[in-house]
Design a protein around this ligand. Structure first.
Ligand SMILES: [Zn+2]
Length: 133
């Protein structure tokens, strides 16, 4: 297993209520020329936790941080006008908390961040570091 020191939360940058899934992200990332989906987990609108890339494999979701991190993406992150917005549903909030809690048990040395802590982006459109530390 890789040495995991960071759990990094993302949004899919899709509009509130748009019901995309891991298979869609997998397709988008392949269209970018990547091998497959860059995230390890996707949290759907209804709270379903889907698996993407295997945890043993390095992800492709945060430049300079992929080697030692796990990437989680919730579906949403934009409001109806396409502006950055915390669109997490109650089910997504519960699933994210559950998933992060489970990963923290598995990788106690890991800290939780949002993509925006490492890049000049709005992603994941809420303060993941504060909410999950
Ligand atoms: Zn991101």
């Amino acid at each position: 297993m890789r040495n995991i020191t960071e759990i990094i939360v993302h949004c899919s940058a899709t509009r509130a209520g748009m019901d995309f899934h891991a298979a869609d992200i997998d397709r988008w990332h392949r269209e970018r020329g990547w091998r497959c989906i860059g995230y390890h987990y996707v949290v759907d609108i209804d709270g379903t936790i889907e698996t993407g890339r295997a945890l043993t494999e390095q992800g492709a979701h945060c430049a300079g941080h992929n080697r030692h991190s796990i990437g989680i993406c919730y579906i949403g992150g934009l409001d109806e006008y396409g502006q950055p917005c915390d669109t997490r549903t109650e089910n997504q909030k519960a699933s994210l908390l559950h998933l992060i809690h489970t990963l923290k048990e598995q990788f106690p040395q890991a800290h939780v961040y949002g993509h925006r802590d490492f890049a000049a982006k709005a992603c994941p459109c809420f303060n993941a570091k504060k909410e999950y530390e």
